[in-house]
Design a protein around this ligand. Structure first.
Ligand SMILES: [Zn+2]
Ligand SMILES: [Zn+2]
Length: 330
């Protein structure tokens, strides 16, 4: 669990490739230990875990992966990488056709046309969502007269909250979504970065993904476009996957996040809460589980809002005993 120099990491990657050969997403036997190379990408303007906290979080995550997912892993951590450097490293992806396709769904919250496009999309999304799902996930469901009102409320909250998030003042005085960082808050950037990531399997970063998009599920619309973690296909490594956890929603001291988290995470529990949330993403990465929304006390149910401590306590209380389907591809 110590930090290793890069040449050693290269050997680990090569070793894991030879033991995990094959093209499709296939079941990983649980009778061996999987080395996972972790990259810590740091936005220097935002709060971050210290080196000791980061290592403590990974140690806890390794234990939780064993306990909740049944896999033994060891983490190998690369040297911290500043976010602007990673942005430069990924610049080559900007011209790929898939990036253009992904960006077709990306909207600008400051554009009235785009806000109208989002409104039309959410109207349709809410109209097509089962009543039981709305009842379960829309806060104060009972106070809305109908679906039109629910859609209007989700749209209004989405736009208002996303503007607040993108406008948060960071340590150097620039807003969170300032030009050099704007892309690094978006789904197309991180989705493509994960698909093309080389030399590491999993990213932890102290920024956030918070953007305005079409073609999102109702759960993302209800969270105002915030995504805490993601696992995507990656054909460049033997796991055929790469994942990421965004820690800003846990670490931010900004009034918006303090308010939205509701119950504040006790400081001594911070690394444990992030570790358990990361375990959810490793449920995708290692077990190839999908997300669930209707299981009780289930590690594969993502947080519906920013009350991560509530989510954590619920998963610590007991575990889900239901079957979990395995995906053939992400
Ligand atoms: Zn998930
Ligand atoms: Zn479950």
């Amino acid at each position: 669990m110590k930090r290793r120099p890069r040449p050693f990491l290269a050997i680990i990657l090569a070793l894991s490739c030879s033991t995990l050969a094959g093209n499709a997403l296939r079941e990983l036997p649980s009778d061996r230990e999987y080395p996972i190379v972790v990259r810590h990408i740091v936005d220097p303007r935002l709060p971050a875990l210290s080196e000791a906290e980061f290592q403590d979080m990974l140690d806890r995550c390794r234990e939780y992966i064993r306990e909740y997912l049944g896999y033994n892993v060891s983490f190998f951590v690369q040297a911290n990488q500043p976010l602007p450097d990673f942005r430069k490293e990924m610049k080559k992806l900007d011209d790929l056709p898939m990036m253009s396709t992904l960006k077709e769904s990306l909207l600008n919250v400051e554009s009235e046309t785009d806000r109208t496009r989002l409104k039309d999309y959410i109207d349709k999304l809410v109209a097509d969502t089962a009543e039981s799902t709305l009842r379960r996930h829309v806060p104060d469901y009972g106070r809305f007269a109908g679906r039109k009102e629910i859609a209007a409320h989700i749209h209004e909250e989405y736009v208002e909250n996303l503007r607040k998030i993108q406008g948060i003042r960071t340590a150097d005085g620039t807003p969170l979504g300032a030009a050099p960082y704007a892309d690094t808050l978006t789904y197309p950037f991180w989705d493509m970065a994960l698909r093309h990531l080389e030399g590491a399997h999993f990213i932890f970063t102290n920024t956030i993904m918070a953007d305005m998009e079409l073609d999102i599920p109702i759960y993302v619309a209800l969270r105002h476009g915030i995504t805490t973690g993601l696992v995507e296909e990656n054909r460049r490594n033997a796991f055929r996957a790469a994942g990421i956890i965004f820690t800003y929603p846990f670490l931010s001291k900004d009034g918006f996040f303090v308010l939205k988290r509701g119950r504040e995470i006790p400081p001594e529990k911070l690394t444990d809460v992030i570790a358990l949330y990361a375990t959810h993403e490793f449920g995708h990465f290692l077990n190839h589980y999908r997300d669930y929304y209707d299981h009780e006390h289930c590690i594969m149910v993502p947080a519906h809002d920013l009350d991560y401590y509530g989510w954590y306590l619920d998963k610590k209380e007991k575990k889900c005993g239901l079957e979990h389907e395995k995906l053939r591809q992400f």
